[in-house]
Ligand binder design. Sequence first.
Ligand SMILES: Cc1cc2nc3c(=O)[nH]c(=O)nc-3n(C[C@H](O)[C@H](O)[C@H](O)COP(=O)(O)OP(=O)(O)OC[C@H]3O[C@@H](n4cnc5c(N)ncnc54)[C@H](O)[C@@H]3O)c2cc1C
Length: 379
Amino acid sequence: MSELGARWDPMVDERFVHRVRAFTAERIAPDADRIDREDVYPVEIMRALAREGFSAIFMPEQLGGGGQSHRHALTVFEEVSYASAAVGISLITVLQAQTILRLFGNPGLQARYLPKLASGLLASYALTEANHGSDIRTLDTSASFDGNNWVLNGEKSFITSGSAAEFFIILAQTAKGVSAFAVPRDLPGVSTYEGSNSATFGLRNGPHINLVLKDVAIPEDHLIGEDGKGVRAAVTTLDYSRTMAAGISMGIARAAFDQALERATHRVVFDEKVIQKQGIQWYFADMLTRIDAARLLNARAADALDAGVDLSRYPSEAKLFAAKTATDVASLCVQICGAYGVMESAPYGRYLRDAKAYEIAGGSPETLKNTLAKAIQKF
Ligand SMILES: Cc1cc2nc3c(=O)[nH]c(=O)nc-3n(C[C@H](O)[C@H](O)[C@H](O)COP(=O)(O)OP(=O)(O)OC[C@H]3O[C@@H](n4cnc5c(N)ncnc54)[C@H](O)[C@@H]3O)c2cc1C
């Protein structure tokens, strides 16, 4: 990490930032290119993150978490993604399962799964279907109550972390509307396969699988929250994961910035270092300003999560701005590095692909602007 990178103002106590950085430098950075190239889920790294207490840092201690703030969680997502956004997105799906259970799950469900999720249970968050992406107000996957169990049928697609997940949060249509359910992977009738959209050019943490549910019977108490109120639970959960997604984008942007600065500081063109050219300095000045602004928005969104206020506004602003900033920064960094920037052996292609994919996953700019537009009309 460059001198400048080492001096990024910490969002929480400095010792915590250094602890996460030391872990990511030793355990994640050496594997980042391989995870992306081979498109594999980083199982061992995820278990190690859980052992360190990083994957449930914001959860209450009595539920197996670290009892820290969402700024601590944001630090984890940003630092982990400085090394590998694929590991960052693997953590996101665990965070989504933790969050929906913490906010909406009944006490039995919380006691059964939250400590396991804190100690390394791998999870996926399955909303999307072939005919329902941004619009999940109705779904084709169904759930009906047979007097003893909920019986689920249908298919989910594009499911991140699904190649390794041991536990799924899914949305399904009941007679009362869309509802949320907890589904362990080992139940009869649960299966996965790689569909035509499983391989993505960015955020490659293993194939984004299709999840098939065929007469899957789950206990009555595995309904999360109220029957028919699943969209609200899912969207509230997305407010939390969007803030962490903004942290992932910042990890990518900072990594691209640091690497480009390193190169510009040593590469000589026309008798000067690249960084001594004023046009290049202006690129860096613009990038630094946008990264700093994005990180301030992210910190505010994390504070809003702790306070439980303005959740439709701040997380949307944070993700909207951070995701675009990361794509623009990664692209400019390729530019600054010239031919080296587009070499396969350089990390910029990965930064750019991951940053662009995260402009779409977990809340596209269009849907985030719609959310903000609704918030504005309530001013
Ligand atoms: C890398 C990656 C990982 C993913 N992981 C998961 C996962 O783990 N779980 C999961 O459930 N899903 C996942 N998804 C799916 C993702 O949530 C959807 O791609 C997303 O909801 C958008 O849906 P769609 O692709 O069907 O686009 P569509 O809904 O078909 O939208 C097409 C375009 O129209 C825009 N649009 C939609 N509505 C409006 C509107 N009202 N006004 C203006 N523009 C609009 C969209 O922003 C988009 O640009 C993932 C996607 C990606 C790329």
